[in-house]
Design a protein around this ligand. Sequence first.
Ligand code: SRM
Ligand code: SF4
Length: 611
Amino acid sequence: MKDQLSSRTVRPSIGIMSAHKHAHSTEPTTLAGGALQGMSNVEHIKHASKGLFYVGTSDGARHTLHSEIEALSAREAETITDHAKELAKHFGIYKQRIRNESGKKTGDFIFMVRVKNPAGGELTAEQWLALDEAADRYGDGSLRLTARQGIQFHYVRGENLRALVRHLNGKYRDRGYQLTTLGACGDVNRNTVASPIDDLDAELPLDSRALAHEVARELAPKTSAYYQVFLSDENGANVAPVNAEEPLYGAQYLPRKFKVGFAHPHDNSIDLLTNDVGFIPIVRGGRVIAYDFYSGGGLGMTHNQPDTEPLLALALGRVHRGQILDAVRATAILQREHGERKNRRAARWKYTIRRLGVDHIKAYLRKDFAIEIEDAAPSPLPPVRDLLGWYREAGDGDRWYAGVMIPCGRVRDFETSRYRSAVRRTVESVQDIGIRVTPNQHLILTHIPASQREFVERTFAEHRVAFDSGVAPIRRLAMACPAKPTCGLAMTHAEQALPEYLAELERAELGDVDVMVRMAGCPNGCSRPTTAEIGIVGYGKNDYVLMVGGARNGSRLARVLFPRLGEHHLRQALKGLVTAIRDHNPHHLPAGDFLASTSDEKLKSYAAMTH
Ligand code: SRM
Ligand code: SF4
């Protein structure tokens, strides 16, 4: 196998100097600046893998990732090694361990497997049914819709891992898109999100999804290791030619995850400004004339590392449709060369672009990558919409789409509401139905004839799944991350806590208040609490940060109102603040604007009130 740092790797000789230093005062360790020495352990692991094939060990020896997966499948190993763990992420696989009540990782080894679902979260009925079947066969009987329109399996046992990946990849192709876990995690482009109503919106049907698909295809890992490790046939014969070349990423892939999104002028549910690179069409006279181009967003921050912070993407100007793929590719190359590779916490593009200077980056994109960025103020962003209920679909037929609320994205049959069965029954019964995962962790069922609307509603009612007006305003935009017990980084619960907090607000007759509440189990911010109107972030055992005042269109970060709160006080504060949005908001401002424009002192006095 050829060494992968091949001549085909595009390597610009960049003379970009740090324009103004961001918070990171030490000189960065970058590919452009030097050798592997001094880079993080993960960089060494990626480099030694020769395109994700080999697991290097600390004594300089190596074995194949394939051999570790073989051992798992044969039940000869409980899990994979920690070096293999870093590579497996690039295949959408996370090594996890069940945590006990006190949070200690003492339980069985398990895996989380993430399926990529680019360009609007679209799935066919066959694909949905394949996922649904796999939930029982290989997971814990649930499907977890993600905040980036993906689907996760939790509690996958080692011996089922390869079988699950094969099941997903093997049979269910449609319209050229195959379910895959390749590149769903790891230091590559993650799921490329797009507004789920891109082409459905009756007033403005667009086609940004095609661009999102192009980006997803172009930035997918090109190594064939995935196929050799998971998909070689029963006799070990390869299903794809062996290839370790990564023309775009090179031997060490990107310094960190990379995220790209496309919003719609009527819907910013993807939270455009939280992406590394984002676009939204500019429409004049019903025609898309160009796209606003944003760069450098990201929400993660790390305890005890004050240099790390949530940052919204910056508006760079306008680009034309024909240059969008080039602009994404160029940004990925700049990040590959100039991103920090020693401290992974400081390695996201949001830090690189600010360290190098936005003007430098723009100049560089223009000159060396020939991207024609037109200087222009961006158009105002549309709101983050819940998209629940019925909407007529674009096109001539009398077809409809229906947004269905899935609490915290967990498609499961609970005792009270049987979400999984309701969706399966609908998908099996309505001809030509399509499915989309929304960035709010909900589902949209598409292409439903008017004559079938009543059947769909009845099916949901029979399974006790609340639909449209049956969903309280306070729940419609609520999101939480998986957190405990599966997420190894979680400090508190989130998915398992937020529904109860919301129920408590409903019991206090606050369910009708229109406010976006999001909760995460640690400061990584996976459910995007930092752009919510009310954001809750787990910070330690029985310790939470309460944030307020994000904008409904994602254009403003929330500010910290309480840096530390125990759970009891958190619940009390939630009640007080939601009451204030309803009762002390004389101009009926949207909840985020009300919270943003009210002083801390005032809000704290409301938070202390209970009713
Ligand atoms: Fe995330 C890591 C779950 C969207 C920022 N995220 C994780 C891991 C894999 C934990 C780990 O590294 O061990 C979580 C898996 C837990 C589990 O048991 O399932 C996890 N992230 C999720 C999901 C499932 C949350 C959800 O409720 O939907 C989302 C999967 C999206 C997908 O399909 O690709 C998810 N994560 C996000 C988002 C929101 C977004 O992308 O729109 C963010 C904030 C935006 C951003 O990237 O800055 C996000 N996740 C992080 C970070 C912080 C990154 C940083 O820059 O510091 C981590 C930790 C890390 O990478 O080191 C992380
Ligand atoms: Fe895990 Fe933290 Fe992400 Fe929640 S926000 S899924 S706790 S990494």
